[in-house]
Design a protein around this ligand. Structure first.
Ligand code: PLP
Length: 425
C-alpha cells in the first residue's frame, strides 16, 4: 500500500483479505495455535519460520493493525503493546540496558518522565533531560560515551511544545544513536517524524488513534533506517548473539528493516508480556479507519477554542502552536502544516483556584484524565496526572500549577465555545 495516500492507508493498509475471506480484520481470539508436527513449531521458536504460536508474543489481529500503523508512519515494521507506557518502555529498553544512558527532552508526558527518571533509573539506566528549545551546543553537552538514544515528543503532553525533530535527529546521528519520537498527539495524519529523521516512532494509541476512549494501547514503529551494525559496539543486544534465543544476532538475521521489532517481540514481549488484546486491536483499527477524517475536525475545534480563549480577558495565556505568536508557531508551520491536534492549554488569571472553579462550572466539557477522544474534556495537570512532580519539576516541564489542559473533541465548535464562555463568566 506504500504508494497510496495517507487517507487510503488509514482505511485499507495492513490487511488484504483473499477470496472469500472476511472483509473486516478478523479478531483472532485465541491464545494459541495448532501445528501438525513439533518440528514445524520448533522452527517458529527458532525464528526460522514466521507464524504464530502464542498470543503473548504475536497475534494475527495485532499484526494487521501494527502493519497499518507502520505504513502510516512510513516505517518497515511495527508492534502493538498493551499501552503507550509499554511502547515507550520497550522502545527504550530494547537498546538501552543497565549501564546505558539516554538524552531526553524535558517536556514529555508525566508517565514517561516518571518511567525514565525513576523506574528506569532503578534498572541502572541514566538520563539527561534537555529543554526542547536547547541550543545545538547544549544538546551536544548532554551526550556521554554510554548514550544509547535520544527521546522526545512531537507535541509534548501537556506542555504542547513542538519538537525540532531535525535538530534532535542530527545530534543523535552525529553520536551514532537513534532518535525515538513519541508521535501520539499529531498522529501520522499531521506529522510523520520518520520523514524528518526520526528512527523509531512510538504511540499511545489510547489517544487519537483509538479516538473514542474505548481501549488503552500502544504501538512502536521502526523506520528501518538505523544501521545498528555500523554502531555494533553501542548495541550489543542487537549486534551480538542472543543466548536466550539460540544465539540469534538480530541485526544480522533480520537486517535494518526487521531487527528492532523482532528483538522487541522475541525478547521483551516474551519476558514482559505487555501485549495488546486482539479485541482492543480490532477497536483500534476501527479508530484508524476514520483517523484522517477526525484529525482535521479536532484541529478545527482546537484552533477555534484557542482563538476564543486568547481573546478572553480572564485568560492569562493560551498555549497552542496554531496561534500566531505562540512560542512554537513557526516550528509548527514547518512540522505540522495541517495543524497539530485538538489539545490546547491555558492559564487563568487567578491560578490554581480559578482553574478548579472554572472546571466545576463546565457542562459539556468533562473533567477527565484523558485527552484526544471524540468527547471534549479537560484537566488540571498539577493536581492530577502530574501530582507526583515537584513545583520545580513542573516548571521545568512547562506546566504551571494553574494550567488547564483542554482536549477538543468532535462536537460542534460553537457549542464548545459557549460552554467555555459560560464557565468563564
Ligand atoms: C498518554 C500518553 C502516553 C502513555 O500512554 P498510555 O496509553 O496511557 O499508557 C505516552 N505518551 C504520550 C504523549 C501520551 O499522551
Amino acid at each position: 500500500m506504500s504508494d497510496y495516500k495517507i487517507e487510503t492507508k488509514c482505511v485499507q493498509a495492513g490487511y488484504t483479505p483473499g477470496n472469500g475471506e472476511p472483509r473486516q480484520v478478523p479478531i483472532i481470539q485465541s491464545t494459541t495455535f495448532k501445528y501438525e508436527t513439533s518440528e514445524a513449531m520448533g522452527k517458529l521458536f527458532d525464528l526460522e519460520a514466521s507464524g504464530y504460536f502464542y498470543t503473548r508474543l504475536q497475534n494475527p489481529t495485532n499484526d494487521h493493525v501494527a502493519a497499518k500503523i507502520a505504513e502510516l508512519e512510513g516505517g518497515t515494521a511495527g508492534i502493538l503493546t498493551s499501552s503507550g507506557q509499554a511502547a515507550n518502555f520497550f522502545s527504550i529498553f530494547n537498546i538501552c540496558e543497565n549501564g546505558g544512558h539516554l538524552v531526553s527532552s524535558s517536556e514529555i508526558y508525566g508517565g514517561t518522565f516518571n518511567l525514565i527518571s525513576v523506574t528506569m533509573a532503578k534498572m541502572g539506566i541514566e538520563a539527561t533531560f534537555v529543554s526542547p528549545d536547547c541550543t545545538p551546543e547544549e544538546l551536544e553537552a548532554a551526550f556521554r560515551p554510554n548514550t544509547k538514544l535520544v527521546f522526545g515528543e512531537t507535541i509534548a503532553n501537556p506542555a504542547l511544545s513542538v519538537l525540532d525533530i531535525e535538530k534532535f535527529a542530527e545530534a543523535a546521528h552525529a553520536h551514532g544513536v537513534p532518535l525515538i519520537v513519541d508521535n501520539t498527539f499529531p498522529t501520522p495524519v499531521n506529522c510523520r517524524p520518520i520523514e524528518w529523521g526520526a528512527d523509531i516512532v512510538t504511540h499511545s494509541t489510547t489517544k487519537y488513534m483509538d479516538g473514542h476512549g474505548a481501549g488503552v494501547g500502544g504501538a512502536i514503529v521502526d523506520s528501518g533506517r538505523f544501521d545498528w551494525m555500523a554502531h555494533a559496539d553501542k548495541f550489543p543486544g542487537l549486534c551480538t548473539p542472543d543466548d536466550s534465543y539460540h544465539g540469534i544476532t538480530y541485526a544480522e538475521k533480520f537486517g535494518m528493516g526487521g531487527a528492532f521489532i523482532t528483538k522487541c517481540t522475541a525478547q521483551l514481549m516474551r519476558d514482559f508480556g505487555s501485549i495488546q488484546s486482539p479485541q482492543n486491536a480490532f477497536l483500534l483499527n476501527l479508530g484508524l479507519e476514520s483517523l484522517h477524517v477526525r484529525m482535521p475536525r479536532h484541529v478545527e475545534n482546537g484552533q477555534a477554542a484557542a482563538e476564543f480563549l486568547a481573546a478572553h480577558p480572564k485568560v492569562r495565556r493560551v498555549i497552542y502552536s496554531g496561534l500566531p505568536g505562540d512560542r512554537y508557531y513557526e516550528i509548527a508551520q514547518k512540522y505540522l502544516p495541517d495543524g497539530g491536534c485538538g489539545v490546547c492549554s491555558f492559564e487563568l488569571e487567578g491560578g490554581r483556584d480559578a482553574a478548579q472553579k472554572f472546571m466545576k462550572k463546565l457542562r459539556l466539557i468533562a473533567i477527565e484524565t484523558h485527552v484526544a477522544d471524540a468527547r471534549s474534556c479537560c484537566l488540571n495537570p498539577a493536581t492530577s496526572t502530574h501530582r507526583q512532580m515537584t513545583d520545580e519539576q513542573l516548571a521545568a516541564a512547562g506546566i504551571p500549577a494553574g494550567l488547564v489542559r483542554l482536549s477538543c473533541g468532535l462536537e460542534n465548535k460553537e457549542d464548545l465555545i459557549a460552554d467555555l464562555e459560560q464557565a468563564l463568566a
